[in-house]
Design a protein around this ligand. Structure first.
Ligand SMILES: CC(C)(COP(=O)(O)OP(=O)(O)OC[C@H]1O[C@@H](n2cnc3c(N)ncnc32)[C@H](O)[C@@H]1OP(=O)(O)O)[C@@H](O)C(=O)NCCC(=O)NCCS
Length: 187
């Protein structure tokens, strides 16, 4: 039986402690494997999460004081590459927030960690509309976001808006993968 506890990260100092004590390992366990195989160095993760904290918010999920989930959101204009694509397809893109990250410990998947984090995302985001981006074949992420009301961002002909994202892989190579976008528009 899990005893999940969701906490907002309050400061950079707290964030650095979490990164050193479980968050980096969890991030690597989420994105260092299929379908991403991302090779993220700890300093890069520090700077990514500091950006989240400076502009938006970060929540962590704990089980028995161990970090088992993470989630972050920021105003969409602060995520330059995504914002530039979004504003070509969304009239009021500058009013959106960007759901920048979510992950759950592999050994505890399917037990509600991400659903808890998604509920916090919906409750705490100070904007009515949210954009997210994921790998085009990430069925877990697409299913999770669909469940919370997100829809695929498409061109007028119904084909998905996509972005090719370049990143260093565990293999040591820099590779490109294709991402899709989903939006949640609330009244
Ligand atoms: C996506 C991820 C965060 C889900 O975490 P989780 O804690 O296992 O998810 P939860 O148990 O809280 O909820 C899963 C819900 O999402 C949906 N879902 C999950 N996998 C799904 C799939 N393959 N197909 C359809 N829906 C799916 C379901 O609605 C499910 O709820 P239900 O079982 O009650 O119907 C997790 O798989 C993960 O960390 N993946 C690696 C990192 C990643 O890809 N992050 C997203 C980047 S955008």
């Amino acid at each position: 039986m899990l005893s999940l506890d969701f906490r907002q990260v309050a400061s950079n100092e707290e964030l650095m402690g979490y990164i050193d004590n479980g968050l980096y390992d969890l991030y690597d366990a989420c994105f260092g494997v299929a379908p991403y195989f991302e090779d993220i160095e700890i300093d890069r993760l520090r700077s990514i999460f500091m950006g989240y904290l400076d502009n938006g918010f970060v929540y962590l999920c704990f089980n028995e004081d161990k970090i088992v989930g993470f989630m972050a959101a920021i105003p969409l204009p602060s995520q330059g590459d995504v914002y530039n694509i979004a504003k070509e397809h969304i009239v009021n893109a500058d009013e959106y927030w960007y759901h920048a990250d979510i992950g759950a410990a592999p050994q505890l998947r399917g037990k509600g960690i991400a659903k808890g984090l998604m509920q916090i995302l919906l409750d705490k985001t100070p904007a009515s509309s949210i954009l997210m981006r994921t790998y085009e074949n990430n069925e877990d992420s697409k299913g999770l976001h669909k469940r919370f009301g997100f829809n695929l961002l498409t061109h007028p002909d119904g084909t998905p808006v996509t972005q090719n994202v370049e990143g260093k892989r565990k293999s040591g190579h820099v590779e490109i993968d294709k991402r899709i976008f989903m939006t949640l528009v609330r009244e």
